[in-house]
Ligand binder design. Structure first.
Ligand code: MG
Length: 405
């Protein structure tokens, strides 16, 4: 029996080689999907690929050993085109698989971690912290607190005792120790025919008392279909979508300009089939673009008498409903108006407030800027007004902040 001597507490300035063993050989029977859990699709990839990717972002880790069932060896190699993983075939039990994996690690590794592939949401910074703890203090594992009241339930389904939850921790992974110590613990358990359910238990079996390090609640273990569905939600983030819009309308003599639903007094008006609200038109195109929908011209053709003289805020409302049908909602917009006349500066705040109301977002997420054409081209000669707009659209979430309007 050897005790690792190069990892005494306090020697945390020594260069550490750190290996991680990812255990992916379990059959996942409780998942009931007819294949081993590690290769079940999750957010478009095999489940095990998520943990491997995250562990690859832990700078301290110098080696990764993946333990898979013999039937999954080819699938495991397909995950690793760069052949950076050590791939090891697992045994009949989890304990045997872990032991094979730890034995296959670099003998020069000072620390070996063991991670369960069924925990895909492992956070790299927490693993770095765990490694620091192991180097400084000895064996350690990530744990979750017990949030509810903890009951000990008897075989017949009745409570036998209420435990003090303050002392309760649910073991997570990674767990780790100095390589020699971990091997010693696992081999001692195997020699005694024990099946420790985690590495900490094997270490406890040789008199160690591993340290508990808080884990992220998202690093839960996938056991059931419901777990898989919850993880799918976490790993497929709702990405924002962006759209751009542009509009230009010619001035003709008239009694005012409508922009963003606000009537601005002027000796001109904008010429158009609808109310010619170029700002709303540019925003509508930005929203449609963000949603991947056809542009305003296809939605509201100027050959259609329904849109003759139409209030553009009604068109915007229809577009917002179309977005909502696709589970999308505007989050933020920005715009630039370019015109020599009328002076827009005094009206910017009123336009912002109007857009915020029409879009049902708060005014601090609405941008309205005005500038001139510097006397150049048709805009500069005061013949037309142009608008550029962008919109950021998010998948509508029940967690999104409620509308201020
Ligand atoms: Mg237009």
């Amino acid at each position: 029996v050897t005790i690792d001597r190069d990892l005494e507490p306090g020697q945390d300035d020594a260069p550490a080689r750190v290996s991680v063993v990812v255990v992916a050989a379990g059959d996942g029977r409780r998942l009931g999907v007819g294949r081993r859990k590690a290769f079940v699709p999750l957010a478009g990839r095999p489940l095990v690929a998520h943990a491997l990717d995250r562990l690859a972002r832990v700078p301290e880790i110098t080696e990764t050993i993946l333990v898979v069932h013999a039937d999954d060896e080819a699938a495991a190699r397909a995950l690793d085109p760069g052949a950076r993983l050590g791939i090891v075939c697992g045994g009949a039990t989890r304990g045997e698989s872990v032991l094979r994996g730890v034995r296959a690690t670099d003998p020069a590794a000072s620390i070996v971690l063991v991670h369960d592939a069924a925990r895909p949401h492992v956070e790299p910074f927490r693993v770095s912290g765990l490694i620091r703890d192991i180097r400084a203090r000895g064996p350690a594992l990530l744990v979750h607190p017990a949030d509810g009241t903890v009951k000990h339930c008897g075989q017949e389904g009745r409570i036998e005792a209420t435990l003090d939850r303050n002392g309760i921790r649910l073991a997570s992974t990674p767990q780790g120790a100095a390589r020699g110590l971990l091997l010693q613990a696992l081999e001692a358990a195997a020699a005694r025919g024990l099946e420790p359910t985690d590495e900490a238990q094997a270490l406890e079996g040789i008199g160690q008392r591993p340290w508990c390090v808080p884990d992220d609640p998202r690093n839960f273990k996938i056991t059931t279909r419901e777990d898989l569905m919850m993880m799918e939600q976490l790993l497929r983030p709702a990405l924002p979508r962006i759209g751009h819009g542009y509009d230009l309308h010619r001035f003709v003599p008239g009694d005012g300009v409508r922009l963003g639903g606000v009537q601005i007094p002027a000796p001109v008006r904008l010429l158009g089939h609808s109310d010619a609200d170029a700002l709303l038109h540019a925003l509508i195109d930005a929203l449609l673009g963000a949603a991947g929908l056809p542009d305003i011209g296809e939605h509201f053709p100027d050959t259609d008498p329904r849109w003759k003289g139409a209030d553009s805020s009604v068109l915007l409302e229809r577009v917002l409903r179309e977005l909502a049908d696709r589970g999308l909602a505007p989050w933020q917009v920005d715009s630039t108006l370019i015109a020599e006349q009328p002076r827009l500066g005094p009206h910017k705040e009123a336009i912002r407030a109007s857009l915020a109301r029409l879009l049902r977002i708060s005014a601090d997420r609405v941008g309205v800027k005005a500038r001139t054409g510097e006397g150049l081209d048709a805009i500069g000669r005061g013949e037309a007004l142009a608008v550029h707009a962008v919109a950021l659209v998010l998948p509508a979430s029940p967690l999104a902040e409620s509308s201020p309007c």
